[in-house]
Design a protein around this ligand. Structure first.
Ligand SMILES: Nc1ncnc2c1ncn2[C@@H]1O[C@H](COP(=O)(O)OP(=O)(O)OP(=O)(O)O)[C@@H](O)[C@H]1O
Ligand SMILES: [Mg+2]
Length: 346
């Protein structure tokens, strides 16, 4: 007998495969491969979504968002912003208070079986069956979604997540990072078209995190749409096509990652001076130059979108002043810096 996690129970319960006390109820339904939207439609459409928990806490305050098929969408936001609540509603684990969500054109309430069969979820909280083996839990999870057994697919998935040699051991003997990878393998067992990764790399070491990025990239090539939350902003920077920032239940920004970084990112030119400066000469007063490292580094911040960055004239003016430098580097602000300033403003 297999132990079921809450997420398993609710997702599978929604598919009508097991007994559970959440509506809607239980009839066996095979996986529906016809659950495919037109290419141009968003694969997930969210309109006016709100969530007020029983405590009266308003966790989502009217979210509108379309997710395109095949994209990697990173949902960023501080602790308690509403990321997990949003994902849990789309996956049918939490009931919305108002608004509409459809997955592949299927309403998550009216057409829950079809919408849920398209989704794989890697929840933030680890919920594994301690006395089960990785291989068995993946096979079982696939069956839960009404898919026929496919040993080759399960093998490929476990290998991709470096768990193949652990396939027959007890799950409780896996390390924390391995358990997290197993959650991903499990979520991929039924070949979902949309994969939610809620903090997939929390507690995963740097090397495996990079492996995970490669895996996600591979899934994207297979056409899987991926929505991930992460507190490692560099992860979003490395992987995402688009970024959404949620704060206090409001989606405060949705933007192409590249555009965002270009639009909000500042660039800095750093000059390591041959001789330290005591102060910035008066003729440069309007340029907002800064001195760092006891006067040995001059920093010029400029706007990459401006017609003229002012670099050429600054360099020639510095030469006229007799200020020489031994090294010049430039630095683009990171998504992390952009994120922190957005959330602080919000
Ligand atoms: N079952 C619940 N009952 C009452 N309030 C809840 C419940 N679940 C979540 N909340 C509240 O809703 C808000 C959003 O929580 P949520 O888990 O969605 O945040 P999050 O953005 O995923 O945060 P984190 O980055 O910490 O995972 C929080 O203030 C949280 O305390
Ligand atoms: Mg969360």
């Amino acid at each position: 007998m297999f132990a079921l996690s809450l997420a398993d129970a609710k997702v599978a319960g929604g598919l009508g495969l097991i007994e559970c006390d959440e509506p809607p109820m239980c009839r066996l339904l095979p996986h529906d491969p016809s659950a495919k939207p037109a290419v141009t439609d968003p694969i997930i459409s969210i309109q006016g979504l709100t969530k007020t928990y029983d405590s009266g806490f308003e966790a989502l305050k009217g979210i509108d968002l379309d997710i395109r098929e095949g994209e990697i969408f990173a949902l960023l936001g501080p602790n308690g912003a509403g990321k997990t609540t949003l994902i849990s509603i789309i996956c049918g684990i939490v009931n919305p208070s108002a608004g509409r969500v459809s997955v592949g054109g299927h309403d998550i309430v009216r057409d829950y079986r079809k919408s849920r069969s398209m989704i794989g979820l890697v929840p933030q909280e680890l919920a594994t069956d301690a006395f089960e083996t990785p291989l068995a839990t993946c096979r079982y999870s696939r069956g839960l979604f009404g898919r026929k057994p496919d040993a080759a697919h399960i093998e490929k998935t476990l290998k991709q997540l470096s768990l193949w040699d652990k396939r027959d051991g007890m799950i409780m003997a896996l390390s924390g990072g391995m358990k997290r990878r197993l959650m991903i393998a499990k979520a991929l067992s039924h070949e979902p078209r949309v994969l939610f990764l809620d903090e997939p790399t929390a507690g995963v070491d740097v090397e495996l995190r990079k492996d995970m990025w490669t895996l996600v990239e591979g899934l994207r090539r297979d056409g899987v749409t991926i929505i991930l939350t992460t507190h490692y902003i560099e992860e979003a920077e490395a992987m995402a096509d688009r970024v959404g920032v949620i704060n206090h239940g409001d989606l405060i920004l949705v933007e192409e990652k590249d555009t965002l970084m270009q639009k909000l990112g500042q660039k800095q030119m750093l000059l390591d001076l041959t001789e330290p400066l005591a102060a910035i000469p008066a003729r440069f007063a309007d340029l907002g130059l800064e001195l760092a490292d006891n006067g040995s580094r001059l920093i010029y911040t400029y706007d990459t979108r401006a017609e003229r960055t002012g670099i050429t004239s600054l360099l020639s003016d510095l030469r006229d002043e007799g200020i020489r430098f031994r090294d010049l580097t430039t630095k683009q602000s990171s998504l992390e810096e952009i994120f922190v300033s957005l959330v602080q403003e919000g």
